[in-house]
Design a protein. Structure first.
Length: 242
């Protein structure tokens, strides 16, 4: 799996320290120079990490007065680098799935349309929440194709991501992912599950996982309430051949 940019790692370290009250609201963060020495990073990396925290509303930087913590970042949030397939698979590792209900469904036309799947097909559905830093950040439903012959007990207490568990047990691995992102209002059920107010804005991410033969075998429908998730992209200029 591709390593995250160094400034993202540093921002995550500082965010965790703030959430853990090492740096309380009103406290000063180390200076850029101190961060460089402590974490062995460049000045540019330290500055970029602080910019991430400032954009998230956790700190305030004022010339001559240093960097002040202004919020703890609760509720917990998750930053997803938006890059290649490895970056997308990262989410299942860092935001752990806790399943609380399973069922087998036949997709209605409306649900099939939303998921980008064929209506009338049967799927095992794992309903649960994603946990990051010990807190629920999203409600999620993972659909496993009935063609695999999977049973709810196959995923009980599974330590791996669902797609990795399928690869180990059934020999079917992820060769490609398509992703659809939409904005909506969170449902009453999801709001209750996550402990947030109903009709709060949410970010819905539907991912469709395909094998090497381009067969759809897993779909994840994940709903993050506003403030609990963001995507981040890094662009680099490609040198022009002379």
């Amino acid at each position: 799996m591709a390593r995250k940019p160094r400034y993202i790692e540093l921002a995550a370290t500082l965010r965790k320290a703030i959430a853990g009250k090492k740096y309380k609201v009103g406290a000063q963060l180390p200076t850029e120079h101190q961060l460089c020495e402590k974490h062995d990073v460049s000045r540019h990396t330290a500055r970029a990490a602080l910019q991430v925290l400032e954009d998230d509303g956790l700190i305030e930087r004022r010339p001559g007065l240093g960097t002040t913590v202004i919020a703890t970042g609760e509720p917990s949030s998750f930053t997803q680098p938006l890059g290649g397939l490895d970056d997308l698979l990262q989410y299942a590792h860092e935001a752990r799935l806790k399943t609380h209900r399973t069922e087998t469904v036949t997709l209605s036309p409306a649900v099939a349309r939303r998921l980008g799947a064929k209506r009338g097909t049967r799927w095992l559905v794992l309903h649960g929440v994603r946990i990051a830093d010990g807190k629920p950040i999203a409600a999620t439903s993972i659909y496993v194709s009935d063609v695999l012959g999977a049973k709810p007990s196959d995923f009980k207490n599974a330590a791996k991501a669902v797609t990795e568990h399928i690869e180990t047990r059934y020999g079917v691995s992820v060769a490609g992912i398509t992703q659809t992102i939409t904005a909506d209002a969170i449902s009453k059920n999801d709001a209750t599950t996550l402990g947030v107010t109903a009709d709060r804005p949410m970010l819905r991410t539907i991912r469709r996982y395909f094998d090497a033969a381009e067969r759809l075998f897993v779909i994840s429908d994940t709903r993050h309430p506003a403030g609990a998730f963001k995507y981040e992209m890094t662009y680099k200029r490609t040198p022009t051949a002379k």
